[in-house]
Design a protein around this ligand. Structure first.
Ligand SMILES: Cc1cc2nc3c(=O)[nH]c(=O)nc-3n(C[C@H](O)[C@H](O)[C@H](O)COP(=O)(O)OP(=O)(O)OC[C@H]3O[C@@H](n4cnc5c(N)ncnc54)[C@H](O)[C@@H]3O)c2cc1C
Length: 574
Protein backbone atom coordinates (compact mmCIF):
# COMPACT_ATOMS: atom_id res chain seq x y z
CA UNK A 1 0.00 0.00 0.00
CA UNK A 2 1.37 3.46 -0.83
CA UNK A 3 2.24 5.74 2.06
CA UNK A 4 -0.39 8.26 0.86
CA UNK A 5 -3.06 5.56 1.21
CA UNK A 6 -1.85 4.71 4.72
CA UNK A 7 -1.99 8.41 5.67
CA UNK A 8 -5.60 8.51 4.43
CA UNK A 9 -6.41 5.34 6.41
CA UNK A 10 -4.84 6.90 9.54
CA UNK A 11 -6.96 10.01 9.14
CA UNK A 12 -10.12 7.94 8.71
CA UNK A 13 -9.35 5.65 11.67
CA UNK A 14 -7.90 8.13 14.18
CA UNK A 15 -8.89 11.54 12.84
CA UNK A 16 -5.19 12.53 12.83
CA UNK A 17 -3.67 14.28 9.83
CA UNK A 18 -0.11 13.03 9.51
CA UNK A 19 2.64 14.74 7.54
CA UNK A 20 4.57 12.08 5.60
CA UNK A 21 7.79 12.26 3.64
CA UNK A 22 10.40 9.66 2.84
CA UNK A 23 14.02 9.21 1.84
CA UNK A 24 15.89 6.10 0.74
CA UNK A 25 15.95 4.60 4.27
CA UNK A 26 12.92 5.91 6.16
CA UNK A 27 9.36 7.12 6.19
CA UNK A 28 9.28 10.29 8.30
CA UNK A 29 6.05 11.18 10.10
CA UNK A 30 5.10 14.51 11.64
CA UNK A 31 2.04 16.06 13.23
CA UNK A 32 0.38 16.20 16.63
CA UNK A 33 -1.94 13.84 18.46
CA UNK A 34 -3.44 13.80 21.94
CA UNK A 35 -2.98 10.10 22.69
CA UNK A 36 0.37 8.29 22.98
CA UNK A 37 -0.98 4.84 22.07
CA UNK A 38 -2.42 6.30 18.87
CA UNK A 39 0.97 7.82 17.97
CA UNK A 40 2.56 4.38 18.40
CA UNK A 41 -0.24 2.67 16.46
CA UNK A 42 0.22 5.12 13.57
CA UNK A 43 3.96 4.45 13.50
CA UNK A 44 3.27 0.72 13.33
CA UNK A 45 0.79 1.13 10.47
CA UNK A 46 3.55 2.71 8.38
CA UNK A 47 6.12 0.14 9.49
CA UNK A 48 3.79 -2.72 8.53
CA UNK A 49 3.12 -1.29 5.09
CA UNK A 50 5.76 -3.52 3.51
CA UNK A 51 7.94 -0.71 2.14
CA UNK A 52 11.06 -2.24 3.71
CA UNK A 53 11.85 1.20 5.18
CA UNK A 54 12.30 2.26 8.78
CA UNK A 55 9.86 4.66 10.45
CA UNK A 56 11.00 7.92 12.01
CA UNK A 57 7.99 8.99 14.04
CA UNK A 58 8.06 12.68 14.92
CA UNK A 59 4.36 12.98 15.76
CA UNK A 60 4.23 14.84 19.06
CA UNK A 61 1.92 14.29 22.01
CA UNK A 62 -0.20 17.39 22.56
CA UNK A 63 0.53 19.10 25.87
CA UNK A 64 3.31 16.66 26.82
CA UNK A 65 6.51 18.19 28.12
CA UNK A 66 9.35 15.74 27.60
CA UNK A 67 11.25 15.00 30.81
CA UNK A 68 14.89 16.00 30.86
CA UNK A 69 17.19 13.02 30.36
CA UNK A 70 18.91 11.83 33.53
CA UNK A 71 22.53 12.87 33.13
CA UNK A 72 25.48 12.46 35.51
CA UNK A 73 25.94 15.36 37.91
CA UNK A 74 29.65 15.63 37.20
CA UNK A 75 31.68 17.74 34.78
CA UNK A 76 35.41 17.21 34.54
CA UNK A 77 38.05 16.68 31.93
CA UNK A 78 38.98 13.12 32.90
CA UNK A 79 38.77 11.90 29.29
CA UNK A 80 39.65 15.13 27.50
CA UNK A 81 41.85 14.78 24.42
CA UNK A 82 42.14 11.01 24.72
CA UNK A 83 42.24 9.06 21.49
CA UNK A 84 40.44 5.75 20.89
CA UNK A 85 40.03 3.24 18.10
CA UNK A 86 36.50 2.46 19.23
CA UNK A 87 34.09 4.30 21.52
CA UNK A 88 31.19 2.10 22.67
CA UNK A 89 28.19 4.06 23.94
CA UNK A 90 26.13 2.30 26.63
CA UNK A 91 26.94 -0.15 29.40
CA UNK A 92 24.02 -2.53 29.05
CA UNK A 93 24.39 -6.13 27.92
CA UNK A 94 24.85 -4.92 24.30
CA UNK A 95 27.66 -2.45 25.02
CA UNK A 96 29.45 -4.67 27.53
CA UNK A 97 29.27 -7.78 25.33
CA UNK A 98 30.45 -5.78 22.30
CA UNK A 99 33.34 -4.26 24.31
CA UNK A 100 34.37 -7.72 25.52
CA UNK A 101 34.29 -9.18 22.01
CA UNK A 102 36.24 -6.17 20.69
CA UNK A 103 38.85 -6.69 23.41
CA UNK A 104 40.00 -9.79 21.51
CA UNK A 105 41.66 -7.33 19.09
CA UNK A 106 44.66 -5.02 19.58
CA UNK A 107 42.39 -1.96 19.78
CA UNK A 108 42.10 0.96 22.20
CA UNK A 109 38.50 0.75 23.38
CA UNK A 110 36.50 3.16 25.55
CA UNK A 111 33.03 2.29 26.86
CA UNK A 112 30.96 5.26 28.10
CA UNK A 113 28.06 4.62 30.47
CA UNK A 114 26.11 7.53 31.87
CA UNK A 115 25.16 5.81 35.12
CA UNK A 116 27.44 4.91 38.06
CA UNK A 117 27.37 1.22 37.14
CA UNK A 118 26.73 -0.98 34.14
CA UNK A 119 23.38 -2.79 33.70
CA UNK A 120 21.32 0.20 34.80
CA UNK A 121 19.01 0.30 31.78
CA UNK A 122 16.85 -2.56 30.49
CA UNK A 123 19.70 -5.00 31.15
CA UNK A 124 19.24 -4.54 34.88
CA UNK A 125 15.44 -4.70 34.92
CA UNK A 126 14.22 -7.69 32.96
CA UNK A 127 13.23 -11.32 33.39
CA UNK A 128 16.58 -12.91 32.61
CA UNK A 129 14.99 -15.58 30.48
CA UNK A 130 17.21 -17.03 27.81
CA UNK A 131 14.46 -17.49 25.28
CA UNK A 132 14.31 -20.37 22.84
CA UNK A 133 12.72 -18.18 20.16
CA UNK A 134 9.53 -20.19 19.50
CA UNK A 135 7.43 -17.07 19.04
CA UNK A 136 9.73 -15.27 16.60
CA UNK A 137 9.02 -14.56 12.97
CA UNK A 138 11.07 -16.05 10.18
CA UNK A 139 13.82 -13.89 8.64
CA UNK A 140 14.37 -11.37 11.40
CA UNK A 141 17.47 -10.43 13.38
CA UNK A 142 15.68 -11.30 16.61
CA UNK A 143 15.30 -14.92 15.48
CA UNK A 144 18.73 -15.20 13.90
CA UNK A 145 20.62 -13.82 16.90
CA UNK A 146 18.16 -15.16 19.48
CA UNK A 147 18.58 -18.78 18.43
CA UNK A 148 22.36 -18.43 17.98
CA UNK A 149 22.72 -16.58 21.31
CA UNK A 150 20.67 -19.17 23.19
CA UNK A 151 22.97 -21.94 21.94
CA UNK A 152 26.04 -20.01 23.17
CA UNK A 153 24.82 -19.55 26.74
CA UNK A 154 26.38 -22.64 28.34
CA UNK A 155 29.87 -21.78 27.09
CA UNK A 156 29.74 -18.01 27.63
CA UNK A 157 28.45 -18.33 31.21
CA UNK A 158 31.14 -20.90 32.00
CA UNK A 159 33.84 -18.57 30.63
CA UNK A 160 32.51 -15.55 32.51
CA UNK A 161 31.78 -17.33 35.80
CA UNK A 162 28.04 -16.62 35.73
CA UNK A 163 25.32 -19.04 36.78
CA UNK A 164 23.06 -20.29 34.02
CA UNK A 165 20.29 -22.84 34.30
CA UNK A 166 18.92 -24.41 31.13
CA UNK A 167 15.74 -25.29 32.94
CA UNK A 168 13.29 -25.49 30.03
CA UNK A 169 9.85 -23.93 29.94
CA UNK A 170 6.32 -25.30 29.88
CA UNK A 171 3.62 -23.39 28.02
CA UNK A 172 0.34 -24.58 29.48
CA UNK A 173 -2.69 -25.34 27.29
CA UNK A 174 -6.19 -25.09 28.65
CA UNK A 175 -7.93 -25.91 25.38
CA UNK A 176 -7.64 -29.09 23.32
CA UNK A 177 -7.95 -27.07 20.13
CA UNK A 178 -5.00 -24.84 21.08
CA UNK A 179 -3.01 -27.94 22.00
CA UNK A 180 -3.77 -29.35 18.57
CA UNK A 181 -2.85 -26.08 16.85
CA UNK A 182 0.48 -26.04 18.71
CA UNK A 183 1.68 -28.72 16.28
CA UNK A 184 2.44 -25.86 13.89
CA UNK A 185 4.64 -24.24 16.57
CA UNK A 186 6.58 -27.50 16.91
CA UNK A 187 7.03 -27.63 13.14
CA UNK A 188 8.15 -23.99 12.99
CA UNK A 189 10.60 -24.52 15.87
CA UNK A 190 12.15 -27.42 13.97
CA UNK A 191 12.48 -25.27 10.87
CA UNK A 192 14.14 -22.49 12.89
CA UNK A 193 16.64 -24.88 14.46
CA UNK A 194 15.17 -24.68 17.97
CA UNK A 195 15.92 -28.06 19.52
CA UNK A 196 13.60 -30.51 21.26
CA UNK A 197 10.27 -28.64 21.28
CA UNK A 198 7.47 -31.15 21.94
CA UNK A 199 3.85 -31.31 23.06
CA UNK A 200 3.26 -33.24 26.27
CA UNK A 201 -0.03 -34.58 27.62
CA UNK A 202 -2.08 -33.72 30.69
CA UNK A 203 -0.70 -36.60 32.78
CA UNK A 204 2.90 -35.63 32.13
CA UNK A 205 2.54 -31.89 32.80
CA UNK A 206 0.53 -32.55 35.98
CA UNK A 207 3.30 -34.83 37.26
CA UNK A 208 5.94 -32.19 36.48
CA UNK A 209 3.97 -29.21 37.82
CA UNK A 210 0.98 -30.44 39.91
CA UNK A 211 -0.26 -26.87 40.46
CA UNK A 212 -1.75 -26.84 36.95
CA UNK A 213 -3.74 -30.05 37.35
CA UNK A 214 -7.18 -28.40 37.57
CA UNK A 215 -7.04 -26.70 34.18
CA UNK A 216 -4.15 -27.98 32.01
CA UNK A 217 -4.91 -30.27 29.08
CA UNK A 218 -1.24 -30.46 28.09
CA UNK A 219 1.78 -28.25 27.49
CA UNK A 220 4.41 -27.26 25.01
CA UNK A 221 7.81 -28.24 26.40
CA UNK A 222 10.67 -26.00 25.29
CA UNK A 223 13.89 -27.54 26.65
CA UNK A 224 16.35 -24.94 25.37
CA UNK A 225 14.87 -22.10 27.44
CA UNK A 226 17.13 -21.07 30.30
CA UNK A 227 17.54 -18.47 33.03
CA UNK A 228 20.44 -16.18 33.86
CA UNK A 229 20.97 -13.15 36.08
CA UNK A 230 20.99 -10.45 33.38
CA UNK A 231 22.83 -7.86 35.45
CA UNK A 232 25.44 -10.34 36.71
CA UNK A 233 26.10 -11.39 33.11
CA UNK A 234 26.39 -7.74 32.03
CA UNK A 235 28.80 -7.04 34.91
CA UNK A 236 30.82 -10.15 34.02
CA UNK A 237 31.09 -9.08 30.37
CA UNK A 238 32.26 -5.61 31.51
CA UNK A 239 34.77 -7.04 33.99
CA UNK A 240 36.22 -9.39 31.40
CA UNK A 241 36.46 -6.48 28.95
CA UNK A 242 38.40 -4.46 31.56
CA UNK A 243 40.61 -7.47 32.26
CA UNK A 244 41.46 -7.42 28.54
CA UNK A 245 42.30 -3.72 28.38
CA UNK A 246 38.99 -1.90 27.78
CA UNK A 247 38.53 1.40 29.62
CA UNK A 248 35.03 1.57 31.14
CA UNK A 249 34.18 5.15 32.02
CA UNK A 250 31.15 5.36 34.32
CA UNK A 251 29.16 8.54 35.03
CA UNK A 252 30.03 9.43 31.44
CA UNK A 253 27.28 10.53 29.09
CA UNK A 254 27.78 11.09 25.40
CA UNK A 255 26.33 14.55 24.78
CA UNK A 256 27.21 15.17 21.17
CA UNK A 257 29.47 14.36 18.24
CA UNK A 258 31.64 16.30 15.83
CA UNK A 259 32.04 15.14 12.29
CA UNK A 260 34.79 15.38 9.74
CA UNK A 261 33.08 14.95 6.36
CA UNK A 262 30.67 12.04 6.66
CA UNK A 263 32.51 10.43 9.60
CA UNK A 264 32.28 10.99 13.35
CA UNK A 265 35.63 12.39 14.45
CA UNK A 266 35.01 13.44 18.06
CA UNK A 267 32.66 12.31 20.81
CA UNK A 268 31.67 14.95 23.36
CA UNK A 269 31.00 13.77 26.90
CA UNK A 270 30.52 15.44 30.28
CA UNK A 271 34.06 14.31 31.09
CA UNK A 272 35.78 15.72 28.05
CA UNK A 273 35.92 15.38 24.28
CA UNK A 274 37.59 12.31 22.84
CA UNK A 275 38.59 11.30 19.33
CA UNK A 276 37.36 8.03 17.88
CA UNK A 277 38.03 6.08 14.70
CA UNK A 278 34.79 4.18 15.09
CA UNK A 279 31.72 4.53 17.34
CA UNK A 280 29.35 1.74 18.38
CA UNK A 281 25.89 2.88 19.43
CA UNK A 282 24.51 0.56 22.16
CA UNK A 283 22.46 3.24 23.94
CA UNK A 284 19.22 1.29 24.43
CA UNK A 285 16.19 3.60 24.57
CA UNK A 286 18.44 6.50 23.52
CA UNK A 287 19.90 4.78 20.45
CA UNK A 288 17.88 6.96 18.06
CA UNK A 289 19.09 10.12 19.85
CA UNK A 290 22.69 8.96 19.50
CA UNK A 291 22.04 8.37 15.77
CA UNK A 292 20.62 11.89 15.59
CA UNK A 293 23.82 13.31 17.17
CA UNK A 294 25.71 11.88 14.19
CA UNK A 295 23.14 13.24 11.75
CA UNK A 296 22.09 9.66 11.03
CA UNK A 297 18.50 9.49 12.23
CA UNK A 298 16.67 6.75 10.31
CA UNK A 299 14.69 4.91 13.01
CA UNK A 300 12.74 5.81 16.13
CA UNK A 301 12.66 4.00 19.46
CA UNK A 302 9.25 3.92 21.15
CA UNK A 303 9.79 3.04 24.83
CA UNK A 304 7.78 0.06 26.05
CA UNK A 305 7.63 -0.46 29.79
CA UNK A 306 7.37 -3.86 31.47
CA UNK A 307 6.66 -4.53 35.14
CA UNK A 308 7.78 -7.63 37.05
CA UNK A 309 6.83 -8.91 40.49
CA UNK A 310 9.10 -10.84 42.84
CA UNK A 311 7.60 -13.37 45.24
CA UNK A 312 8.89 -14.16 48.71
CA UNK A 313 11.08 -17.29 48.47
CA UNK A 314 9.34 -18.64 51.58
CA UNK A 315 5.86 -18.15 50.14
CA UNK A 316 3.63 -21.19 49.91
CA UNK A 317 2.09 -22.26 46.62
CA UNK A 318 5.05 -21.39 44.39
CA UNK A 319 5.54 -23.36 41.17
CA UNK A 320 8.77 -25.29 40.73
CA UNK A 321 9.24 -24.79 36.97
CA UNK A 322 9.17 -21.94 34.48
CA UNK A 323 5.62 -21.94 33.22
CA UNK A 324 3.44 -19.64 31.18
CA UNK A 325 -0.08 -19.69 29.91
CA UNK A 326 -0.49 -20.70 26.27
CA UNK A 327 -2.59 -18.58 23.97
CA UNK A 328 -6.37 -18.54 24.12
CA UNK A 329 -8.34 -18.84 20.89
CA UNK A 330 -8.77 -15.06 20.91
CA UNK A 331 -5.13 -14.16 21.61
CA UNK A 332 -3.86 -16.75 19.11
CA UNK A 333 -5.44 -14.78 16.28
CA UNK A 334 -4.03 -11.41 17.39
CA UNK A 335 -0.43 -10.41 16.91
CA UNK A 336 1.13 -9.07 20.08
CA UNK A 337 4.21 -7.04 20.89
CA UNK A 338 5.06 -9.10 23.97
CA UNK A 339 5.79 -12.75 24.52
CA UNK A 340 3.04 -12.67 27.12
CA UNK A 341 5.41 -13.18 30.04
CA UNK A 342 5.17 -15.99 32.53
CA UNK A 343 6.43 -17.32 35.82
CA UNK A 344 10.17 -17.72 36.06
CA UNK A 345 12.34 -19.44 38.64
CA UNK A 346 15.46 -17.28 38.68
CA UNK A 347 19.01 -18.59 39.14
CA UNK A 348 18.72 -17.43 42.75
CA UNK A 349 15.53 -19.50 43.22
CA UNK A 350 13.24 -16.48 43.35
CA UNK A 351 9.88 -16.66 41.62
CA UNK A 352 9.52 -13.77 39.19
CA UNK A 353 6.20 -12.95 37.55
CA UNK A 354 5.69 -10.78 34.51
CA UNK A 355 6.17 -8.64 32.56
CA UNK A 356 3.45 -6.60 30.86
CA UNK A 357 4.00 -4.26 27.91
CA UNK A 358 2.89 -0.63 28.13
CA UNK A 359 3.87 2.04 25.59
CA UNK A 360 5.17 5.13 27.41
CA UNK A 361 6.40 8.50 26.12
CA UNK A 362 9.15 8.83 28.76
CA UNK A 363 12.25 6.76 27.93
CA UNK A 364 13.30 6.54 31.57
CA UNK A 365 9.89 5.84 33.12
CA UNK A 366 10.72 2.99 35.46
CA UNK A 367 7.93 3.85 37.88
CA UNK A 368 5.81 0.97 39.12
CA UNK A 369 2.08 1.57 39.07
CA UNK A 370 -0.71 -0.33 40.79
CA UNK A 371 -2.60 -1.02 37.56
CA UNK A 372 0.39 -2.91 36.12
CA UNK A 373 1.06 -4.77 39.35
CA UNK A 374 -2.58 -5.89 39.47
CA UNK A 375 -2.83 -6.89 35.84
CA UNK A 376 0.51 -8.75 35.82
CA UNK A 377 -0.51 -10.69 38.93
CA UNK A 378 -3.99 -11.45 37.63
CA UNK A 379 -2.74 -12.58 34.24
CA UNK A 380 0.20 -14.71 35.35
CA UNK A 381 -1.33 -16.24 38.45
CA UNK A 382 -3.84 -17.87 36.09
CA UNK A 383 -1.29 -20.65 35.54
CA UNK A 384 -0.53 -20.94 39.26
CA UNK A 385 -3.70 -20.02 41.22
CA UNK A 386 -2.01 -20.89 44.54
CA UNK A 387 0.11 -17.69 44.32
CA UNK A 388 -0.82 -15.09 46.94
CA UNK A 389 -0.60 -11.41 46.13
CA UNK A 390 0.42 -10.50 49.68
CA UNK A 391 3.56 -12.61 49.20
CA UNK A 392 5.01 -10.25 46.61
CA UNK A 393 8.13 -8.71 48.18
CA UNK A 394 9.28 -6.36 45.43
CA UNK A 395 8.42 -5.10 41.99
CA UNK A 396 10.36 -3.25 39.34
CA UNK A 397 9.90 -1.92 35.84
CA UNK A 398 12.24 -1.80 32.87
CA UNK A 399 11.87 -0.08 29.52
CA UNK A 400 12.35 -1.97 26.26
CA UNK A 401 13.72 -0.16 23.22
CA UNK A 402 11.79 -1.35 20.14
CA UNK A 403 11.85 0.31 16.75
CA UNK A 404 8.58 0.50 14.83
CA UNK A 405 9.78 -2.40 12.67
CA UNK A 406 10.08 -4.46 15.89
CA UNK A 407 13.47 -5.89 14.94
CA UNK A 408 17.07 -5.38 16.02
CA UNK A 409 19.17 -3.01 13.91
CA UNK A 410 22.69 -4.39 13.85
CA UNK A 411 24.66 -2.76 11.08
CA UNK A 412 27.21 -0.18 10.08
CA UNK A 413 25.43 3.01 9.07
CA UNK A 414 24.92 3.57 5.36
CA UNK A 415 25.40 7.31 5.85
CA UNK A 416 28.09 7.57 8.55
CA UNK A 417 30.68 4.89 7.70
CA UNK A 418 32.37 4.79 11.11
CA UNK A 419 29.15 4.43 13.13
CA UNK A 420 27.81 0.97 14.00
CA UNK A 421 24.26 0.72 15.36
CA UNK A 422 23.16 -1.89 17.87
CA UNK A 423 19.65 -0.53 18.22
CA UNK A 424 16.10 -1.66 18.74
CA UNK A 425 17.42 -4.23 21.21
CA UNK A 426 14.18 -5.23 22.83
CA UNK A 427 13.44 -8.76 24.00
CA UNK A 428 15.18 -11.19 23.43
CA UNK A 429 18.19 -8.87 23.74
CA UNK A 430 19.67 -10.68 26.73
CA UNK A 431 19.40 -13.98 24.86
CA UNK A 432 20.80 -12.64 21.61
CA UNK A 433 23.68 -10.49 22.96
CA UNK A 434 26.43 -13.17 22.94
CA UNK A 435 25.75 -13.78 19.24
CA UNK A 436 25.31 -10.24 17.94
CA UNK A 437 28.28 -8.95 19.99
CA UNK A 438 30.57 -11.24 17.98
CA UNK A 439 29.18 -9.92 14.69
CA UNK A 440 29.42 -6.30 15.82
CA UNK A 441 33.05 -6.78 16.87
CA UNK A 442 33.82 -8.31 13.49
CA UNK A 443 32.01 -5.53 11.56
CA UNK A 444 33.98 -2.94 13.56
CA UNK A 445 37.34 -4.68 13.20
CA UNK A 446 36.82 -5.15 9.46
CA UNK A 447 35.88 -1.50 9.05
CA UNK A 448 39.03 -0.35 10.91
CA UNK A 449 41.17 -2.73 8.86
CA UNK A 450 39.61 -1.39 5.65
CA UNK A 451 40.77 2.08 6.74
CA UNK A 452 44.34 0.82 6.97
CA UNK A 453 44.58 -0.02 10.69
CA UNK A 454 46.68 -3.06 11.57
CA UNK A 455 43.91 -4.97 13.38
CA UNK A 456 45.06 -8.26 14.88
CA UNK A 457 43.63 -10.76 17.36
CA UNK A 458 45.58 -10.48 20.63
CA UNK A 459 47.44 -13.65 21.59
CA UNK A 460 47.02 -12.83 25.29
CA UNK A 461 43.24 -12.29 25.27
CA UNK A 462 41.88 -14.04 28.36
CA UNK A 463 38.25 -15.13 27.94
CA UNK A 464 37.94 -16.33 31.53
CA UNK A 465 36.56 -14.18 34.31
CA UNK A 466 36.77 -15.81 37.70
CA UNK A 467 33.41 -16.14 39.44
CA UNK A 468 33.22 -14.26 42.74
CA UNK A 469 32.88 -16.41 45.86
CA UNK A 470 29.30 -17.14 46.93
CA UNK A 471 29.75 -18.64 50.41
CA UNK A 472 26.18 -19.87 50.89
CA UNK A 473 26.44 -22.07 47.80
CA UNK A 474 29.59 -23.83 49.06
CA UNK A 475 29.54 -27.17 50.85
CA UNK A 476 29.96 -26.98 54.65
CA UNK A 477 33.53 -28.25 54.33
CA UNK A 478 34.48 -25.68 51.68
CA UNK A 479 32.82 -22.84 53.60
CA UNK A 480 34.66 -23.88 56.72
CA UNK A 481 37.95 -23.80 54.80
CA UNK A 482 37.09 -20.38 53.40
CA UNK A 483 36.25 -18.93 56.82
CA UNK A 484 39.48 -20.29 58.26
CA UNK A 485 41.41 -18.56 55.47
CA UNK A 486 39.48 -15.30 55.99
CA UNK A 487 37.13 -14.94 58.99
CA UNK A 488 35.20 -12.14 57.20
CA UNK A 489 33.48 -14.87 55.17
CA UNK A 490 31.93 -16.07 58.44
CA UNK A 491 30.45 -12.68 59.40
CA UNK A 492 26.93 -12.45 57.98
CA UNK A 493 25.90 -8.94 56.95
CA UNK A 494 22.75 -9.67 54.91
CA UNK A 495 20.71 -12.16 56.90
CA UNK A 496 18.01 -12.74 54.31
CA UNK A 497 20.44 -13.72 51.57
CA UNK A 498 23.20 -14.96 53.90
CA UNK A 499 25.85 -12.65 52.46
CA UNK A 500 29.08 -12.33 54.43
CA UNK A 501 31.37 -9.37 55.03
CA UNK A 502 34.03 -11.12 52.94
CA UNK A 503 31.73 -11.23 49.92
CA UNK A 504 30.74 -7.59 50.38
CA UNK A 505 34.39 -6.54 50.51
CA UNK A 506 35.02 -8.59 47.38
CA UNK A 507 32.09 -6.81 45.65
CA UNK A 508 33.34 -3.36 46.70
CA UNK A 509 36.75 -4.11 45.23
CA UNK A 510 35.27 -4.99 41.84
CA UNK A 511 37.34 -4.34 38.68
CA UNK A 512 34.94 -1.61 37.47
CA UNK A 513 35.45 0.48 40.62
CA UNK A 514 31.74 0.63 41.54
CA UNK A 515 31.36 1.71 45.15
CA UNK A 516 27.60 2.11 45.55
CA UNK A 517 25.17 0.25 47.79
CA UNK A 518 23.14 -0.90 44.78
CA UNK A 519 26.36 -1.92 43.03
CA UNK A 520 27.10 -4.23 45.97
CA UNK A 521 23.51 -5.49 45.86
CA UNK A 522 23.71 -6.35 42.17
CA UNK A 523 26.98 -8.21 42.70
CA UNK A 524 26.28 -10.25 45.84
CA UNK A 525 22.52 -9.87 46.53
CA UNK A 526 22.95 -8.05 49.86
CA UNK A 527 19.56 -6.34 50.26
CA UNK A 528 17.67 -8.50 47.78
CA UNK A 529 15.90 -10.69 50.32
CA UNK A 530 12.67 -10.42 52.25
CA UNK A 531 13.60 -7.24 54.18
CA UNK A 532 14.91 -5.58 51.00
CA UNK A 533 17.97 -4.12 52.73
CA UNK A 534 16.21 -2.85 55.86
CA UNK A 535 18.77 -4.61 58.04
CA UNK A 536 21.95 -4.71 55.98
CA UNK A 537 21.93 -1.36 54.15
CA UNK A 538 23.60 0.60 57.01
CA UNK A 539 26.21 -2.15 57.39
CA UNK A 540 26.92 -2.24 53.66
CA UNK A 541 27.16 1.57 53.63
CA UNK A 542 29.60 1.51 56.54
CA UNK A 543 31.68 -1.22 54.86
CA UNK A 544 31.90 0.81 51.65
CA UNK A 545 33.04 3.84 53.67
CA UNK A 546 35.66 1.75 55.52
CA UNK A 547 36.95 0.06 52.37
CA UNK A 548 37.17 3.16 50.21
CA UNK A 549 38.23 5.61 52.93
CA UNK A 550 35.33 8.04 52.53
CA UNK A 551 32.77 9.37 55.02
CA UNK A 552 29.51 7.41 55.35
CA UNK A 553 27.69 10.52 54.18
CA UNK A 554 29.66 10.35 50.91
CA UNK A 555 28.44 6.83 50.09
CA UNK A 556 25.65 6.77 47.50
CA UNK A 557 22.87 4.30 46.93
CA UNK A 558 23.40 4.51 43.21
CA UNK A 559 24.12 7.44 40.87
CA UNK A 560 25.98 10.56 42.01
CA UNK A 561 23.74 12.54 44.35
CA UNK A 562 21.85 9.55 45.80
CA UNK A 563 23.63 9.84 49.16
CA UNK A 564 22.01 7.79 51.90
CA UNK A 565 23.19 9.65 55.00
CA UNK A 566 23.24 13.42 55.09
CA UNK A 567 25.39 13.80 58.19
CA UNK A 568 25.52 13.06 61.90
CA UNK A 569 22.55 13.77 64.16
CA UNK A 570 24.18 12.73 67.44
CA UNK A 571 27.65 12.05 68.59
CA UNK A 572 28.88 10.39 71.77
CA UNK A 573 32.30 10.28 73.34
CA UNK A 574 33.65 6.81 73.83
C1 LIG B 1 10.59 -5.91 31.56
C2 LIG B 1 11.56 -6.51 30.57
C3 LIG B 1 11.71 -7.89 30.49
C4 LIG B 1 12.59 -8.44 29.57
N1 LIG B 1 12.81 -9.79 29.60
C5 LIG B 1 13.75 -10.33 28.78
C6 LIG B 1 14.04 -11.71 28.86
O1 LIG B 1 13.49 -12.43 29.69
N2 LIG B 1 14.96 -12.20 28.01
C7 LIG B 1 15.60 -11.44 27.07
O2 LIG B 1 16.39 -11.97 26.29
N3 LIG B 1 15.37 -10.10 27.01
C8 LIG B 1 14.47 -9.54 27.85
N4 LIG B 1 14.24 -8.18 27.81
C9 LIG B 1 14.97 -7.36 26.84
C10 LIG B 1 16.37 -7.02 27.36
O3 LIG B 1 16.33 -6.57 28.68
C11 LIG B 1 16.97 -5.94 26.46
O4 LIG B 1 16.86 -6.35 25.12
C12 LIG B 1 18.44 -5.71 26.76
O5 LIG B 1 18.66 -5.55 28.12
C13 LIG B 1 18.90 -4.46 26.02
O6 LIG B 1 20.24 -4.23 26.35
P1 LIG B 1 21.00 -2.92 25.82
O7 LIG B 1 22.37 -3.00 26.32
O8 LIG B 1 20.79 -2.82 24.35
O9 LIG B 1 20.19 -1.71 26.47
P2 LIG B 1 20.28 -1.17 27.98
O10 LIG B 1 20.45 -2.26 28.94
O11 LIG B 1 19.12 -0.27 28.17
O12 LIG B 1 21.62 -0.35 27.99
C14 LIG B 1 21.77 0.88 27.33
C15 LIG B 1 22.73 1.69 28.16
O13 LIG B 1 23.08 2.87 27.46
C16 LIG B 1 23.27 3.90 28.41
N5 LIG B 1 23.17 5.19 27.70
C17 LIG B 1 22.10 5.69 27.05
N6 LIG B 1 22.40 6.88 26.52
C18 LIG B 1 23.69 7.14 26.84
C19 LIG B 1 24.56 8.22 26.58
N7 LIG B 1 24.17 9.30 25.90
N8 LIG B 1 25.83 8.16 27.06
C20 LIG B 1 26.24 7.08 27.77
N9 LIG B 1 25.44 6.04 28.06
C21 LIG B 1 24.18 6.07 27.59
C22 LIG B 1 22.15 3.68 29.39
O14 LIG B 1 22.39 4.30 30.63
C23 LIG B 1 22.12 2.16 29.48
O15 LIG B 1 22.91 1.68 30.54
C24 LIG B 1 13.34 -7.60 28.71
C25 LIG B 1 13.19 -6.21 28.80
C26 LIG B 1 12.32 -5.65 29.73
C27 LIG B 1 12.22 -4.17 29.86
Amino acid sequence: MSIEKIAAKVEKRYGVRVGVCQDDRSIILSGECNDWNTIVAIGKMFADAGTGKHVVNKITLAGYVEKAERLPAIRDGALDNTDWDVVVIGGGISGCAVARELSRYNLRILLCEKHSDVARGASGANDGMVHAGIDLKHRCNKLRYGVAGNAMYGDICRELGVEFNRCGQYVIFTSKLIKFLAKSTVKRARKHGIPGVTIIGKKQICEIEPRVKDFAVGALYVPSTGVVSPYKLTIAYAENAVQNGVKVSLDTAVLGMKKDGDKVSEVITNRGTVTAKCVVNCAGVFADEIAQMADDEYFTIHPRKGTDLLMDTNASGLPTHCISMGPTLKSATHSSSTKGGGIIITVDDNVLIGPDAIEVPDREDTSTVQSSIDSVFQRQSACCPSLRKNEIIAYFAGVRAPTYEEDFIIERSAKVPNLVHVAGIQSPGITAAPAFAKDVAQITAEYLASCGADVQLKPDFDPVRKAPVCAKKLSDADRDKLIRSDPDFGKIICRCEQVSLGEIKQAINNPLGVHTVDGVKRRVRAGMGRCQGGFCMPLVTQTIANQTGVEVSDVTKDDIGSNIAVGKIKECNR
